[in-house]
Write a protein that binds this ligand. Structure first.
Ligand code: GLN
Length: 519
């Protein structure tokens, strides 16, 4: 067991509490960082959450942060893990792909730079599906990541390294990215809180692009408050991102604290019929729908006015997403040509430039990435463009209209937030869907609409089904991320109070030297 001088297990501690302990001088950054590094050393061989950890660099940084006590920032000395899609200066960054093996970027993504400026300590880079394409982290070119709740199951994806690391106590919190659900889905399947910010409210500068009109970075954390604090550290306008919104962030941690006080009186909540409701429950596990229903009843008990809302175009989100995202990916991934970054194959004088590029891409990309490049290139080709990409863009408009109608921004139904399960099922077994891309894609059924419309959405734990976590999704209008945090915090606080413990306390934790779960 890794203990602080106070005798508490630091690696099971909320980030907000670590902030307090560090500020009060009750623990040092070196102690905290070492505790996570120890746990990584003993457990990550099996868990597979990290792609790159440099203990010496992390401890040196921690020591440096312990030395700046006088002028400490809010997060000074706090460790953090970054999904390997986030570009980090001088630190290997692969996006889970062989084609970027060995690449050490010459700059920091804005997200990484802001966390550095806030005084955090980089613990490592986390595993992910190659170029963030996937829902299980099984598309990583490097390793399998296991779900800490059941090592024979997937941790979700594509930010599955981040979700597994935080759930297992191998990082206090982590950054993920979400294009169609990759923060929310892995958070739901590992019992974490994960938030996809309003599109444009967290900088994309230095995130290796998958689908530029959808990609957003966001927090993955043990609690709603932690997620809000991490979001505040990375969010806000950035001139380096042309789609960045020049508006201040709403008050996120304050909204989380307010929500935790539990008063939702007057809040209008819409439950989306098309996401698991009557006539739309095919593919949803009964246990997921049961936990979701109980959580909605709990919110109603806190004063929320609940009604069912219909968003008919949500039924079309999956096909639209799987045309738009691959189309943008096929263009974004054209830059990986064996010339500028990472891997180069066939550069032995016997091949011309075109052959080197073709060989590099042939060997550097995995099967799912190739599938998407082919799909996207086809959807964008002349003669098919209107029928595929053009149609998908029209569906996207319909989905935005459904949101606007629900939120009353066009004089419609006027709810403040929309709710759904985050995923149709709990974590599935490793390997169960690798040979069935369509089944894999179905894992994102509930998360895609908010992605396509650019709306903020959070996943918060709402109970267990067969001992595995279930997530509830709260979607809000653009720039109203604070509502997601408020509602999620109210649910979290009510459930914690009923249970008498934090959600993750139910996870059997492995401790150094013990294979059995220990309290
Ligand atoms: N699972 C979805 C996909 O494979 C979403 C991934 C993501 O959000 N990055 O595209």
């Amino acid at each position: 067991m890794t203990t602080s001088p106070a005798g508490t297990d630091v690696t099971g501690t909320d980030a907000a509490e670590l902030v307090r302990l560090l500020a009060a001088g009750e623990v040092t950054s070196v102690e905290v960082t070492r505790a996570y590094l120890d746990r990584i050393a003993t457990e990550d061989g099996e868990l597979g959450a990290y792609l790159h950890v440099d203990p010496e660099a992390a401890l040196a940084r921690a020591e440096q942060m312990d030395g700046v006590a006088g002028e400490r920032g809010f997060l000074t000395g706090l460790p953090v893990a970054l999904k390997d899609v986030v570009v980090t200066e001088g630190v290997p960054t692969t996006s889970g792909s062989k084609i970027l093996q060995g690449w050490r970027p010459p700059y920091d993504a804005t997200v990484a730079a802001r966390l550095k400026a806030a005084g955090t300590v980089l613990l490592g880079k986390t595993n992910m599906d190659e170029f963030a394409m996937g829902s299980s982290t099984e598309n990583s070119a490097y390793r399998v990541t296991r779900n800490p709740w059941d090592p024979e199951r997937i941790p979700g994806g594509s930010s599955g390294g981040s979700s597994a690391a935080v759930a297992a106590g191998l990082a206090p919190w982590a950054i993920g990215t979400d294009t169609g659900g990759s923060i929310r889905q892995p958070a739901a399947l590992t019992g974490l809180v994960g938030h996809k910010p309003t599109y444009g409210s967290v900088s994309r500068y230095g995130l290796i692009a998958f689908s530029s009109s959808l990609d957003q970075a966001g927090p993955m954390a043990r609690t709603v408050l932690d997620a809000a604090l991490l979001h505040e550290a990375i969010g806000g306008y950035d001139p380096m991102d042309s789609t960045s919104i020049a508006a201040p962030l709403p008050l996120l941690s304050e909204s989380a604290r307010r929500g935790a006080r539990g008063d939702l009186a007057g809040l209008k909540v819409g439950v989306v019929r098309e996401l698991g409701g009557d006539g739309h429950a095919e593919g949803y596990e009964p246990g997921v729908l049961a936990r979701f229903g109980e959580a909605v009843a709990l919110l109603e008990g806190l004063g929320a006015e609940v009604r069912e809302v219909s968003c008919p175009a949500f039924d079309l989100a999956l096909p639209a997403y799987y045309l738009i995202a691959p189309s943008e990916a096929s263009s974004n991934l054209a830059r990986f040509d064996g010339v500028r970054f990472g891997l180069r194959v066939g550069d032995d004088g016997s091949h011309d430039l075109d052959e080197v590029m073709a060989l590099t891409r042939e060997q550097g990309f995995g099967p799912e990435v190739k599938r998407r490049i082919i799909l996207g290139t086809y959807a964008l080709s002349s003669g098919y463009y209107e029928a595929y990409y053009g149609q998908a863009q029209k569906v996207r408009t319909l989905i935005s209209r459904d949101f606007n109608a629900a939120f009353g921004s066009d004089g419609g139904q006027g709810v403040d937030v929309l709710l759904s399960p985050t995923t149709p099922t709990v974590a599935f077994p490793l390997g169960a869907r690798v040979d069935d891309p369509v089944a894999m894609y179905a894992a994102d059924l509930c998360t895609l609409p908010a992605s396509l419309a650019g709306m903020p959405a959070i996943s918060v734990p709402c109970g267990l089904s067969d001992g595995l976590p279930v997530g509830l999704q709260v979607m809000a209008p653009a720039l109203a991320d604070d509502r997601c945090y408020r509602v999620a915090a109210a649910l979290e606080a009510a459930q914690d109070a009923a249970r008498g413990s934090r959600f993750l306390d139910q996870l059997p934790r492995r401790t150094a030297g013990s294979e059995e779960g220990a309290a």
